[in-house]
Structures are given as structure tokens and as C-alpha cells.
Design a protein around this ligand. Sequence first.
Ligand code: MEV
Length: 307
Amino acid sequence: MAEGYGYGKVILFGEHFVVYGLPAIASAISDTTIATIEKSDKYELVDNRPATEGYKVTKKGEMDRSMKLLLDFMKINLENTPVKITLSGNLFCTSGIGASAAMATSIARAFSDYFKLNLNDEQINRISYEGEKGSAGTPSGIDNTCATFGGLLWFRKGEPNQIELIKIKKPIEIVMGNTGLTSETKEVVDDVRKKKDANPEEFDKIFAEEEKLVKEARAALESGNLKRIGELMNKNHEMLQKIGVSCKELDFLVNMARKNGALGAKLTGTGRGGYMVALTPGKALQDRVAVAIEKEGFMIMKTKIGV
Ligand code: MEV
């Protein structure tokens, strides 16, 4: 049986802005989606991934588009080579965690294994990017890059993309809070584009501020200035509110995290649902913020960046 994996991710700075060539910082998380492929007499996709209620239904269109783009790019015709693809793994699928990129990457790797193509990470990343077009429409490429390579990354879309590993002194604990709401990446990305087209001057100003912020965030991460990283995450959340991608549930989780001592908190990924991420260095603070959020009835994930 052939097998492949893809990491989940958390964007710390710069989601949405990254689509327009601004820099962003994201970390892969250790949770993965696993794809297995075996010979069958007809094509079948079995999705056993753990997921937020309603996720798989809301994302069905994205998933189908993504699969078609990925297979076309790999020149695989499932009528000639029927297979059973099974998706599993410990990545809990919800908006904001890079689940679609993790899926595309895991399938690309599994097909590479199945057909003995021996593709390297660059090639896997390219295929996964193609799959991402089915989810995000005009993806920046940050999600598939994290899903493929892992690590804490500086990313800027371009020809070629700028991808640099960021080194930090020691891993930092974070808490992610799940709103339980699923959003469609393409729809939210399209809305931001409409807003930008209608308000070009306002967006020019926001973009300039965001670029400065992400550069400063990299310096703060590299020098280990946790307080500043947190402040910049808060500022980044404000910018995301301005471009219209937050929602009341995300704002609630962000405020809960801050009230309970998080050094900073913001939405992460697409927004309008999905996850918020809070900077909670040290196990005690991480636990305190996680418990407070869980008490309000939201699911949480405790993990670290820069591992
Ligand atoms: C989604 O995880 C991140 C977005 O910036 C879209 C993208 O970068 O392609 C919203």
C-alpha cells in the first residue's frame, strides 16, 4: 500500500496579505494528514480524517476541485488506474489549520509512492500548490509550503517564492481555539479582493503597515522578544479586522486568550471561523489559556512553534 503525509500549519503573521506578495510567517504543526492508496476495481475516496462538524460537507466542492486539479497536473487518469484513496491522520480538520494543503500534499506523496515516481519535496510542493488552487482560488502557496516542508517559515510569493527557515532560541507554546465554524477560503479571499479594489488607497496604507509589521515580527522571533511578538500579533489581528476577515466568535476567543494572560492573540488562516492562535510561552500559561477557552465550550489545540 502506498502512503504520504502532509503537515498542518498555523499562520502567525500575514495571512491574506501574503496573496498580494507581502511577506508572512507560518509554522507547520506536528499533526498530519495521511493518505494511503491501494489498487481497486473502481475509484473510491474514503475520508476518515477527524473534523469539525459540517467541515467535510462545506468543503466538499473545494475538495473535489482540488483533487481534479492535482490529478490533472500529475497526468493521472483514475479511469485507467482505479484506486482507493483513504485519508486519515491526527490533524483535526477545520478552517485555518491548512487541512486542504495537508490533504493535497499527502495525496501527492502517496501517488509518488504508488507509481514509484520518487518525487522530491520541491515537486510535491508544486503539485500541492496546484491542488490548493481548488480551495483558495488564487493561493499564495504558503499553506502547501508548510504542509510539504514543515518548520517555522518566512514566505513571500514571487518568481520564485522566497522561503526561509526562521531559527528561534527555543520552541514557544501556543494555544489554538476552534470557533467550530467552517469558512470557504476562496469566498473570503475573493471578498478581500473586492474590498481592496473598491478602496485602493486605504489598502495601500494597510499593506505598507502590514509589511513593516511582519518584518519586525521576524526580528522579534529571532531575538526571542516574546512580549513584542505578542503585541505584533494583536496588531495583526486589528489589520485583519480592518480587511473584514474576523467574526464575533474569533474576536471573542482572541479577547478570552488575552484576558487570561496570553502575550498576544489573533485569528489565523482564512478567518470568518476556523482558529485563533494565542502566544502562551511556558506550560503553565498555555494550560491556563487552554482551560479558560475550553470552559467556554470551545475546542482547543495545544502545540509549539519552532520545534
Ligand atoms: C489561508 O490559510 C491563507 C490565505 O492567506 C490564503 C493564501 O495564502 O492562499 C487566506
